[in-house]
Design a binder for this molecule. Structure first.
Ligand code: ZN
Length: 397
């Protein structure tokens, strides 16, 4: 098993200096005029020109050596089970691998791969509470995993949602993966979940694996979940005219996943951008899945959407950071004072044809991760999974 990290409040001061490019995660100003950032007790304290900041007394000083700092990436759609193991492809340390891909926060869309997963109401509630507790108490490799996302079944009543909410459940697993597949029934349960502060995601498109089913645009629109989960299918996408309807006829989050249909991904992104609503776009991998487990899934998706989709990379990085944080009400994903000091430090990959990291991403290359920081603490140095970064940051004090 990979190193696990407790969730005790972090202590100390961390300074990252000599930053060549700082990405904010915020669509309103994706590139910040700043070369230094200071974190105190795991939170962003200040950022800007180093000369203007109080960098004295730091416990950790990192020289970014002119490379790029961005908020830690958020994977809006994962299917964890317990610890750093997935039975879906029987892999260990997959979460640690994602951390090496720049991801610092993951959102469960249901612990659906648990062998023998209970489908009775008492059992599914108990699993949700257990998964929420387990990942809240222990972070594989330091990753923040928001789990405990029950797959709703027929016969659930309002009190079931109230009870789960009282016990710490904040997410629903993908609506449609269980027995609730009709719009009317899903709508009622999504509304109960929302009433008690539980956020919902709906499976969109054809069946993912034998046993799951089709959820078309009429069901998605009627259910009105907070997130149009994998609008580009997981893997089988709806027809493009239905994807357009989903973008146009509701205001919910448009989630694009790595393990989906790439053509539909590009279409959904372009349609949402044309509507002038880029803040709705969020990214996930939808892994582990039948398609596999992709440690670089979010970076690959960023490179794909930016290059083939022709959207500036600093904008696409916002889809995987600030947009998701705002949509899911998380205290990460943006370079703002008071937010969690979760960062990924990157540079263009060695021998990329692009002259800068942004050019390299725009040309479809995945950047090299040089360091990942969670709550102000260094969780990995040079990534063991990305192509090597041209220049690496260094802990200098
Ligand atoms: Zn799904």
């Amino acid at each position: 098993m990979s190193l696990t990290v407790s969730t005790a409040p972090p202590k100390g001061k961390t300074v990252v200096r000599n930053i060549g490019l700082m990405l904010s995660g915020d669509l309103a100003q994706p590139i910040l005029d700043a070369d230094c950032i200071v974190a105190v007790d795991g939170r962003i304290d200040s950022f800007g020109a180093e000369a203007d900041l109080n960098t004295a007394g730091a416990d950790t000083v990192i020289d970014a050596k002119g490379t790029t700092l961005a908020p830690g990436l958020i994977d809006s759609h994962v299917h964890p089970v317990f610890g750093d193991w997935t039975p879906r492809q029987n892999q260990f340390n997959w979460i640690d691998s994602f951390l090496n891909g720049g991801v610092t926060t993951m959102i469960s869309a249901g612990e659906v791969h648990l062998p023998g997963r209970p489908k009775d109401i008492v059992g599914l509630k108990a699993l949700a509470v257990t998964a929420q507790r387990a990942f809240d108490a222990m972070r594989p490799a330091g990753m923040k995993v928001h789990a405990g996302a029950p797959v709703i079944e027929q016969g659930m009543e309002e009190e079931d949602f109230a009870e789960m909410a009282r016990n710490g459940v904040k997410l629903l697993g993908e609506v449609g993966l269980g027995g609730v597949k009709q719009g009317e029934e899903a709508k009622q349960m999504v509304a109960w979940a929302r009433k008690y502060g539980i956020q919902s995601t709906i499976h969109t498109g054809g069946p993912s694996i034998p046993g799951s089913g089709l959820i078309d645009k009429d069901v998605v629109l009627e259910a009105d979940a907070d997130v149009i989960g994998h609008i580009n299918g997981g893997h089988t996408a709806l027809p493009l005219d239905q994807i357009r309807c989903l973008c146009e006829q509701c205001s919910r989050a448009v989630e694009i996943v790595h393990n989906g249909n790439e053509l539909a991904a590009l279409y959904a992104m372009r349609t949402t951008m044309e509507l002038g609503q880029p803040e709705r776009i969020i990214l996930g991998t939808d892994s582990p899945a039948g398609s596999g487990v992709q440690p670089l899934g979010i970076l690959r998706l960023i490179a794909m959407l930016s290059s083939i989709g022709e959207v500036p990379p600093e904008i696409v990085f916002c889809f995987a950071t600030g947009n998701t944080a705002r949509m899911r009400d998380l205290d990460v994903g943006l370079i703002e004072e008071g937010r969690a000091a979760d960062f990924v430090i990157m540079d263009k990959a060695q021998h990329s044809a692009g002259g800068t990291i942004l050019e390299s991403v725009r040309m479809g290359d995945v950047p090299g991760v040089g360091m990942v920081i969670v709550d102000g603490a260094v969780r990995c140095g040079r990534s063991r999974n990305t192509p090597p970064a041209t220049t690496l940051p260094e802990v200098v004090g």
